[in-house]
Design a protein around this ligand. Sequence first.
Ligand code: AMP
Length: 214
Amino acid sequence: MNIVFLGPPGVGKGTQARVLAARYNLKPVATGDLIRAEVAAKSPLGIEARKFIEGGNLVPDDLIIRMVEGVMTREDHGGFLLDGFPRTIAQAEGLDQLLKGLGRKVRAVVSLGVSEEKVVNRLGSRRICPVCGRVYNLLHQPPKVEGRCDDHPEAELTQRSDDVPETVRRRLDVYKAQTAPLITYYRQRGLLREVDGDGDVDEVTLRIEAVLNP
Ligand code: AMP
């Protein structure tokens, strides 16, 4: 089964994707994480992508689709859990083509929603462990020791460069203009499952499981 997670930045897609990919034995494909790894490695794709990420804009569709194709065709899995992809109609069409080539299709699209105010607050208080990538929230899921990862206390938690207020605003505008149209795209195909993303992690996981196994 192949599942897509859709929603604005900061809605909790990444957190839920990690939990559910493990539970359903799906391969998580988080394009944001893949691109950040390319940026860190200073690969040609990373060098090209960096200016888009830092400006809060989307990386061009062809680069993203090629990157996802690489991941999907490299390994054989029971299914994929796509987090942060597709983000445009062109990417959704590219995904359909890719899956068709692999003899698969999208089973459901989980659209997570929370208010814009909450999203802005969540992104502003998000911190990441530079060693393991674990995501904390200073307000709702703080580490045991201030500023330190619970599992890697030697590492100081960092803030993503695109989680600063100006870039967050831009990312939300980009979401509304370029990604939100996917809600209609998938609703028309009967694949959309809308889930309230407000609440604690376990509560939201239960809601997602309820729409995936009606
Ligand atoms: P995320 O970690 O999902 O919030 O993604 C961080 C940034 O990576 C986004 O603001 C975009 O610049 C870029 N990005 C991630 N996924 C995509 C995608 N599917 N299409 C275009 N750009 C993307």
